[in-house]
Design a protein around this ligand. Structure first.
Ligand code: BDR
Ligand code: CA
Length: 313
């Protein structure tokens, strides 16, 4: 019997979030219960619309609920230099085929978790605002959460500031709540997601699928490649977000190390930096399984077969 893991994807699409949506919808060992959106790569309205358009593109029908427009403290900012003005530039996408849920993200997460007959895994691939708000509003549902596998942070340096990665930088207070929750956490930071590169070989494999979906994905990833080249001088763009889900699909896709992880809230130069104690120097208890090394081939096989599956339906 195949074990199917029920998940909720909390995202801010975003090129790599879009890839995570496709993987979640297509993989046979995942049951995508719903999608929730959070302001991050773009304003809440934009990323919610993008989630709807990605679903329309790949014929995915799941509830989508809008979440937080701003972080717990301060105001939202976006990442147009990386994802473009729409937060998902580079290809023409179809208009939404269904309406957003009337529930808020937090309400939808609570409903789906309550109704599911198994524990649910949360996959946040944007700022952690919705997840922190859910954990605070529904302490009685904490024991219904199997894992929180998030993309964010780094064991090394950052991408949005010298020491902070974008998702954690965008809402450090939310990250702090999640990191202190005591729930089983898996962190896919830049140290691993920078191994998930959409190289020319990967793009050629996707193109060779020769479906409308595959061609659209290649256009999106080409846009992403251009901005990564311009902003970070990286020859190939890292497709960060699906890594957090790939680990739930197949734990052997990454090497995990238990470590204490905290987030810097007050540093004058380092706010939003994840402080990962890989050598146990702090004497703190490990609270996170930190993803370190990616099986790159396994990851792309998974991702490309998702695009193949969805493109032929
Ligand atoms: C993260 O920031 C966003 O731009 C991406 O979607 C990813 O979730 C990488 O730092
Ligand atoms: Ca994201």
């Amino acid at each position: 019997m195949t074990l199917v893991t029920p998940i909720i994807l909390d995202c801010d699409p975003g090129h790599d979030d879009a890839m995570a949506i496709l993987l979640a919808a297509a993989h046979p060992s995942i049951e995508l219960l719903g999608i929730t959106t959070v302001s991050g790569n773009g304003a809440l309205e934009k990323v919610s619309y993008n989630a709807q358009r990605v679903c329309a593109l790949a014929n995915i029908v799941v509830p989508i609920a809008k979440g937080a427009a701003d972080p717990i403290a301060g105001k939202a900012s976006a990442a147009p230099t990386i994802h473009g003005v729409s937060a998902l530039d580079g290809a023409q996408l179809p208009e939404p085929t269904f309406e957003l849920s009337e529930l808020s993200a937090v309400e939808l997460i609570a409903k789906l978790v309550t109704e599911c007959d198994r524990k649910v895994t949360l996959i946040p691939t944007g700022p952690l605002t919705n997840i922190a708000m859910f954990l605070q509003a529904y302490p009685q549902l904490h024991d219904r959460i199997e894992h929180i596998s998030f993309m964010g942070g780094s064991t090394e340096r950052g991408n949005w500031t010298p020491y902070a990665e974008f998702n954690i930088w965008a809402d450090p207070e939310a990250a702090d709540i999640v990191l202190r929750s005591g729930l089983p956490l898996i962190m896919s930071g830049l140290n691993i997601t920078h191994q998930a590169l959409a190289t020319p070989q990967v793009l050629a494999r996707i193109s060779a699928l020769n479906t409308e979906l595959a061609h659209t994905i290649v256009k999106l990833l080409n846009f992403f490649a251009d901005t990564y080249r311009d902003v970070f001088a990286m020859p190939d763009p890292p497709v960060h977000d699906p890594v957090a889900l790939a680990i739930i699909i197949d734990a052997t896709v990454a090497k995990l190390v238990s470590a204490p992880v905290a987030v810097e809230l007050t540093g004058t130069l380092t706010r939003g930096a994840t402080v990962v104690d890989l050598y146990g120097n702090t004497g703190q208890q490990a609270n996170v399984e930190v993803a370190m090394e990616l099986d790159v081939e396994k990851f792309w096989d998974m991702m490309i077969s998702a695009i193949e599956t969805l493109g032929s339906r």
